[in-house]
Design a protein around this ligand. Structure first.
Ligand code: BES
Ligand code: MN
Ligand code: ZN
Length: 487
């Protein structure tokens, strides 16, 4: 159940817990009857992430919520403080907090960050638990603040964004048999209908007719057919639509990545390869919010969906696939499948002559090893679109680090049989991007490799163990603020 957020001038009388923001410095709020010394003895200093529960003889329990130094509160730190409060309050059905009022932040953005923090830690994927002892009980959270200060509007935005993020987490947490390409496409149709998007689903025959040899090739070993989903969002005021900046998002939707004939070794971490569709899930979730959030830009999306499995009909090493744009690829590792399906999506996107293309994919273990699970890598052919992503990243606190599109490494992909091989060279994350670069021409394009942050093994800040839906909030922010990068 999603947490409901309300706005009130003060905490409701029957509320279970009240979150009181406490800075690391300065005086304590007057409702706190303990001294700093006493709080220090229990380890509470007011740092971001700390909480301390003060039992009350009557009335609500106080939760002291650390917000760090008073003059250093940011939207990112506030989101983390709110998440810590959400965890502390998870055993109660109702809570209230004045966190949206702290600091000199914009009230609307502060409320959005607080709601995101609380709603993201209240989420669990519980569909497959017959008994669930861990699900948070929190149902209602009252944001204490003045009406008209933008808190209600910010809270509403936060709710829409957190709901989409949690939906993307659910998709990536779902077992492969519960979310095949066909089922995912059906869900996309449902979601598109509910969120004012045009939707087109392409089946295997249509993909063959369109020349999408990458997606069809990767699907060859599978009993389940592939799907490509195209979603279209157009802002209100149709006559002016053509003049609005046009962004295209392409998501890797590998429903399960076994590696194919280049079978992955048996390893506990491969259970998370059900999350190899996290890029497509983030794109679908992003698209679902655009109408609600009044996105001013045109946004089109391609979800490239199949699993990657070995069988008698699977693509083999040495096979050559022809991608939608006519380029031929010699397969040297069937586990480098993501780039093959993205190649078709990027070709189709490029044909539409958009102002910018962003793809998002759990693409390489190399990127995960380089940057760890705390951030994604970004590589692009246009610094202005990369900069827009970096700016969105700093606002959403979904961390991003740029790597170079080093064209000197391109010969590593040369093939003596076809236009290129699908793998090659040392810098695996960069050569993967160089492969994708072959399908976008000079369209401003950036590639997000989310192999690292797509999954987390522990709860931290606003993340919950399991699929993270990394990129959802980042792409929503980008879609809302997108400007023509220019070539
Ligand atoms: N889906 C994987 C990448 C991945 C690894 C995602 C770890 C999340 C966590 C991708 O399809 C893959 O298998 N990549 C190969 C490429 C290699 C064969 C060039 C890899 O990184 O090992
Ligand atoms: Mn793979
Ligand atoms: Zn993969």
């Amino acid at each position: 159940m999603a947490v409901k957020f309300e706005l009130a001038a003060k905490a409701p009388s029957q509320v279970g817990v009240i979150g009181v923001p406490v800075t690391e410095d300065g005086s304590l709020p007057r409702e706190v009857t303990l001294t700093r010394k006493q709080l220090e003895t229990v380890g509470f200093t007011g740092k971001v992430g700390q909480t301390y529960m003060v039992p009350a003889a009557k009335g609500a329990i106080l939760v002291l919520v650390g917000i760090g130094a008073a003059n250093k509160v940011t939207l990112s730190s506030l989101r983390k403080s709110a998440a810590a409060f959400g965890r502390a309050a998870s055993g109660y059905s109702s809570a209230a907090t004045s966190l949206a009022q702290v600091g000199r932040l914009d009230r609307k953005l502060a409320a959005q960050a607080v709601v995101e923090g609380i709603a993201l830690v209240a989420h669990r994927y519980t569909a497959l638990k017959t008994v669930d002892k861990t699900a948070p009980k929190l149902e209602t959270v009252t944001l204490i603040g003045a009406a008209g200060a933008g808190i209600a509007a910010g809270a509403r935005r936060g709710e829409v964004i957190a709901k989409a993020t949690n939906m993307a987490r659910d998709f990536a947490n779902m077992p492969p048999a519960h979310l095949t390409a066909r089922i995912f496409a059906d869900k996309a149709v449902e979601i598109a209908g509910a969120s004012g998007l045009k939707v087109e689903v392409f089946n295997k025959d249509q993909l063959i007719a369109m020349g999408c040899g990458g997606l069809v090739g990767v699907n060859r070993g599978s009993a389940e057919p592939p799907r490509m989903v195209k979603l279209t969002y157009r802002p209100k005021g149709a006559s002016k639509t053509a003049t609005k900046p046009h962004l295209i998002l392409v998501g890797k939707g590998v429903m399960y990545d076994s590696g194919g004939i280049s079978l992955k070794p048996s390893d506990a971490s491969h259970a998370m390869m059900k999350g190899d569709m996290s890029g497509a899930a983030a794109v679908l979730a992003t698209m679902s919010t655009l109408k609600d959030l009044g996105c001013p830009n045109q946004v089109t999306a391609y979800l490239m969906c199949t699993d990657n499995l070995p069988s008698g009909s699977a693509m083999a090493m040495g096979d050559v696939l022809t991608i939608r744009n006519g380029k031929t690829v010699e397969i040297h590792n069937t586990d480098a499948e993501g780039r093959l399906i993205l190649a078709d999506g990027l070709s189709l996107a490029t044909e539409q002559k958009p102002d910018g293309i962003v793809d998002i994919a759990t693409l390489t273990g190399a990127m995960a090893r380089a940057l760890g699970d705390g951030m994604a890598g970004v590589i692009g052919n246009n610094q202005k679109i990369v900069d827009q992503l970096l700016a969105a990243s700093s606002r959403t606190d979904e961390k991003l680090w740029q790597l170079p599109l080093e064209r000197e490494y391109r010969p590593a992909l040369d093939s003596y049989i076809a236009d290129m091989k699908n793998v090659g060279g040392e810098a695996g994350a960069i050569t993967a991007a160089l492969f994708l670069d072959e399908f976008v021409g000079d369209t401003p394009w950036a590639h997000l490799d989310i192999a690292g942050p797509m999954w987390t093994n522990s709860d931290s800040h606003w993340l919950q163990k399991g699929a993270t839906a990394y990129g959802t909030r980042l792409l929503i922010d980008l879609a809302l603020t997108f400007k023509r990068p220019g070539r």
